[in-house]
Design a protein around this ligand. Structure first.
Ligand SMILES: *Cc1c(COP(=O)(O)O)cnc(C)c1O
Length: 467
């Protein structure tokens, strides 16, 4: 026995130290079983050890021995803080449908099933069953993309930024790309189209002014060094007032008259007409192709409602060139997103998109359904807080239909000065709930809360409001 231990034994804290339960006893505590289910035996033992060490330190400073319950709580807090993945599901009650920070488009069941099937085992990713030899990843999405867009050829890559980069690197390296000053957009996360273009080796030629570009500006800018004119859809901002951009047909005509290409970075990639859902018209992929654009690039996870992907459609000889570029290999889509994308596109092909794809289901959700859900939540928590179902606006969000909103009904929690606090505590729920504040009230919009999440949302509200 060392002097230190002898000292401890004689100290007045000794009795408190002896009251600490043994680690094995804590591990056998029935309350520990659920923790072990969730985190595994060894991690729970580590957590209990840490809790016991902290308790000994506390006793050393003159504190009393914590109860078994307090030790288990401390262990659970440590486990939650250190072993909960930072990437995890949340409930989106913001009413922003394509919420970039919350993972953009939620997937259709059909797409989820396709991804799980490919994730769980081996697949025909690059294998031809008939010939029994190596196949190409490219073939899986091609047919269905062509079928739903009417394009002559298609290529799918990792995301739309990669799609645009690949197009410019192959078709405009060391040559000029003509773009309107009104379209030099930042797409978020600090990524600016001019920087993406510069990295591709293309030389940017800006034309027109911020608010107005005419077809004559394009005509005048085309020199023998020009490779293509690029239209970038203003997908995350809106210009109003004295503005002008030429129509797509004129742009394609001017390009082709002078033997250069017309390329459209469409951004959100609507395949359905948003106008038939009471929204402004978002340019569709089909329109750009019909206008004569040679290539059109768009995202898989915005209005299309699928997984992350960049889709390029257009003329076959150009697509063939893109496939051979080394960047096509660097930018290739992974097998899970590919499976999910093909399944999502198949839903368009079968004309089931509006009822099966969550993004379109949310856009077309009736006010009656929204009201019923908001009222059901209100009934559940009426005894705990002052609540009201109020008129509000849902947003399309993330690089699609900037500023466009849909009238909705939201549950309002009238919590006075506590709105920020409640919002923060909702974020700490087991399944975090992301809401918003308007007029000092916490607003929860049923439109973006997925079917099956109502119970978790109500439970979170109950536990926070009753605390
Ligand atoms: C969103 C967007 C991009 C980037 O697409 P990602 O799929 O996020 O890479 C590029 N251009 C425009 C116009 C966009 O709206």
């Amino acid at each position: 026995m060392t002097d230190g231990e002898r000292g401890e034994r004689n100290s007045p804290n000794h009795a408190q130290l002896r009251r600490l339960p043994a680690i094995d006893k804590l591990l056998r505590n029935p309350a520990t079983a659920t923790m072990i289910d969730q985190y595994g035996h060894d991690l729970v033992r580590d957590a209990l050890r840490i809790a016991l060490d902290a308790a000994r330190e506390w006793i050393g400073t003159g504190g009393g021995a914590p109860s078994a319950g307090a030790l288990l709580n401390a262990a659970e807090t440590w486990l939650r803080n250190h072993h909960t993945p930072s990437l995890r599901p949340v409930i989106n009650a913001t009413g922003v449908i394509i919420h970039t920070n919350l993972g953009r488009a939620p997937l259709a069941d059909f797409a989820q099933e396709a991804m799980i099937a490919v994730a769980a085992g081996y697949s025909t990713l690059e294998y031809e069953l008939e010939a029994g030899k190596r196949g190409k990843r490219d073939v899986h999405a091609e047919q269905v993309v062509m079928a739903v867009t009417g394009a002559e050829a298609a290529l799918v890559v990792n995301n739309n930024a990669a799609a645009v980069m690949l197009i410019l690197a192959e078709l405009a390296k060391d040559r000029e790309v003509i773009i309107s000053r009104g379209q030099l957009v930042e797409i978020g996360g600090g990524f600016r189209m001019p920087d993406v273009m510069a990295r591709s080796g293309a030389k940017l030629v800006e034309i027109g002014t911020t608010n107005r570009t005419r077809i004559e500006d394009y005509e005048a800018a085309i020199t023998p060094q020009a490779a293509l004119l690029l239209r970038v859809h203003a997908s995350n901002f809106k210009q109003i007032g004295f503005t002008a951009q030429p129509d797509l047909e004129s742009m394609a005509k001017v390009a082709h008259k002078q033997n250069i290409l017309a390329v459209d970075d469409l951004g959100s990639g609507a395949l359905l007409d948003t106008a038939s859902f009471g929204l402004q018209h978002e340019p569709t992929v089909q329109e750009s192709l019909q206008a004569g654009f040679d290539l059109v690039a768009f995202s898989g996870d915005k209005l299309l409602g699928g997984p992350q992907a960049g889709i390029i459609v257009g003329r076959e000889p150009l697509i063939t060139r893109l496939k051979k570029h080394p960047l096509a290999r660097a930018f290739r889509i992974d097998k899970l997103c590919l499976a999910g994308l093909v399944a999502t596109l198949e839903l368009y092909h079968r004309h089931e998109a509006t009822k099966a794809i969550p993004v379109w289901r949310m856009i077309s959700m009736s006010k009656r359904v929204i009201r019923e859900r908001a009222e059901a939540w209100a009934t559940e928590i009426a005894s705990l807080a002052e609540v009201e179902v109020v008129e509000a606006q849902s947003a399309i969000g993330g690089g699609s239909l900037p500023g466009e909103t849909l009238p909705t009904l939201a549950l309002a929690l009238k919590v006075g000065g506590r709105a920020d606090e409640i919002l923060g505590r909702l974020r700490q729920a087991n399944t975090p709930v992301i809401a918003r504040i308007a007029n000092n009230q916490v607003l929860l919009d049923p439109r973006t809360v997925l079917p099956g999440q109502d119970e978790a949302l109500v439970n979170a509200l109950k536990s926070i409001l009753s605390a």
